[in-house]
Design a protein around this ligand. Structure first.
Ligand code: NAD
Length: 480
């Protein structure tokens, strides 16, 4: 019999922890899970509330770390990292009781009077591996679902967002149950060692190349995996759209976090006539967002490191400059840039850009646009600016993507009821809201069949003629 831990088992916020090795962290989480402490709803709710406190109490430190790593503005950190998590926690706390309630399902006549239900049970130990671009949100959003579902969790923050990784490694053990959540810091060697451990689910957010390594490591233990990846998310714009509004929203989506957002609009797809009207509107939208000199704007971010800076700087010459183009290597600054007349074979159109560069690609019309999208990997998000319902229907019916945003980029992330995830090369599996709890749970089938009346006896051998006829009557699929 497992005794439920009391809420006082949750450690006091001032107790620090020592850095565990990946193997030791997983073992501790395994022991924590086996102790049964994560099962009671009260424990799960207490952890979610503690995580909420972590975010609210340390808002200033989190903002500072994000500024250090990415020069993220305080408002942007509130909106896209801390606020989104607090909302997700509140939504989960509000609905968790209902999401976890066993669901009764009808039983066939042949099994009457049995009762059948689906019981959500936790998987066990979950590993969460996060990237650097939203280093708080993408580490802790999966944690919300994993804790709500009653798992223990090993968190692996990105080593490329050093300040955030260091801060979270200190805060997490101070707020959350240390037998149930552990932070493993480090780069490739530590992640490789972590991936070698047997766990019950791996949740990876990052690029497709590492995703293949994750999947191979998971295959060894048959571990289920969620892959939240990226790719090139197109934006279709047609002549019917409110172009000024489209330009403002596209520019916001592309240049927030200096373009380092997985669901950012990657390129605009439109006709030459619309492109000619859109170009000056995009230039104006950039000025509205960041002023005449974006480098001095407190709201404009920087590139995460020199490697990414070099990769992006090389793309600046791959088209005609409509806006931006300026760089400052010492500051890892790249101006919000719009390119036209891009070569489809160049890196800017073959790689995910993941930086503040927006190419405009022209096609003859929607049909060619849809073929252009279909000839490439399935995007994480697909956006369209049009007033035509026919165009919207054609896009929905003839393309595939993780999500579709009609009239606004990235905003689907703010709806906790919508699943967030990719399809094909942009990822497998999805999360957020109840979807997260479902993802980190096993839906266990439970059937209770009483000894009397002996319904099973009626359908068991020996199959005399009378019994066979009875079975036929009970099993409706055998009816003529
Ligand atoms: P990253 O370099 O921080 O890597 C992500 C994680 O993988 C890190 O924790 C890192 O330690 C680990 N890692 C790196 N190399 C490894 C290796 N060889 N073996 C094992 N582990 C390794 O981040 P990134 O991959 O550059 O992130 C950017 C990518 O992530 C983009 O493609 C972007 O679109 C995608 N992304 C997707 C989402 C989403 O939710 N779908 C969100 C953000 C970013």
């Amino acid at each position: 019999m497992i005794s439920a831990p009391t809420l006082t088992d949750v450690p006091h916020p001032s107790v620090p922890d020592t850095a565990p090795s990946p193997g030791a962290a997983v073992q501790r989480m395994r022991d924590g899970f086996d102790s049964g402490r994560t099962r009671p709803l009260a424990w799960r709710r207490a952890q979610l509330r503690a995580l909420r406190r972590l975010l609210v109490d340390n808002r200033d430190d989190l903002r500072e770390a994000l500024y250090t790593d990415l020069r993220k503005s305080a408002t942007e950190s509130d909106l896209t990292e801390i606020g989104i998590l607090v909302r997700e926690i509140d939504h989960t706390l509000r609905h968790l009781g209902r999401w976890l309630r066993p669901r009764r399902v009808p039983v066939p006549l042949v099994l009457m009077p049995s009762s059948a239900r689906i019981v959500r049970e936790p998987l066990g130990v979950v590993t969460v591996i996060a990237p650097w671009n939203y280093p708080v949100q993408l580490l802790l959003a999966p944690l919300i679902g994993a804790l709500a579902a009653g798992n223990t969790v090993v968190l692996k923050p990105s080593e490329l967002a050093v300040a955030t990784s260091t801060l979270l490694a200190r805060l997490v053990p101070a707020y959350l149950d240390r037998e149930a959540v552990s932070v493993v810091e480090g780069g490739i060697p530590e992640t490789t060692e972590l991936l070698a451990q047997r766990v019950d689910h791996i949740f990876y957010t990052g690029n497709g190349a590492v995703a293949r390594i994750v999947l191979q490591a998971a295959a060894l233990h048959l571990t289920p995996v969620t892959l939240e990846l990226g790719g090139k998310s197109p934006v279709w714009v047609d002549a019917s759209a409110d172009l000024a509004s489209a330009a403002r929203r596209i520019a916001w989506g592309r240049f927030v976090n200096a373009g380092q957002t997985c669901v950012a609009p990657d390129y605009v797809l439109t006709t030459p006539a619309v492109a000619a009207r859109l170009e000056p509107l995009l230039v104006g939208a950039i000025t509205d967002l960041y002023g005449a000199d974006p480098k001095s704007s407190p709201d404009y971010g920087r590139i995460v490191n020199e490697r990414q800076f070099g990769r992006l700087a090389a793309m600046l010459g791959q088209g005609r400059l409509v806006a931006g183009g300026a760089t400052d290597a010492a500051e890892l600054y790249i101006a919000p840039t719009v390119l036209a007349d891009v070569d489809p074979a160049s890196a800017v159109m073959t790689e995910e850009i993941f930086g503040p560069i927006l190419p405009i690609v022209t096609v003859s019309g929607l049909d060619e646009g849809i073929r252009f999208i279909g000839a490439r990997e399935k995007p994480l998000a697909l956006y369209a600016f049009t007033r035509s319902r026919t165009a919207e229907q054609a896009i929905l019916a003839r393309t595939s993507s993780g999500a579709v945003g009609l009239g606004a980029p990235m905003s689907h992330l703010m709806v906790p009821g919508l699943p967030f995830g990719g399809v094909g090369a942009s990822g497998m599996g999805s999360y957020h809201g109840e979807g997260s709890v479902a993802l980190f749970s096993h839906d266990r089938a439970v059937l209770r069949t009483p000894a009397h009346p002996d319904v099973l006896g009626l359908v068991a051998a020996p199959y005399a003629r009378r019994r066979t006829q009875l079975v036929r009557r009970l099993v409706s699929t055998l009816r003529r």
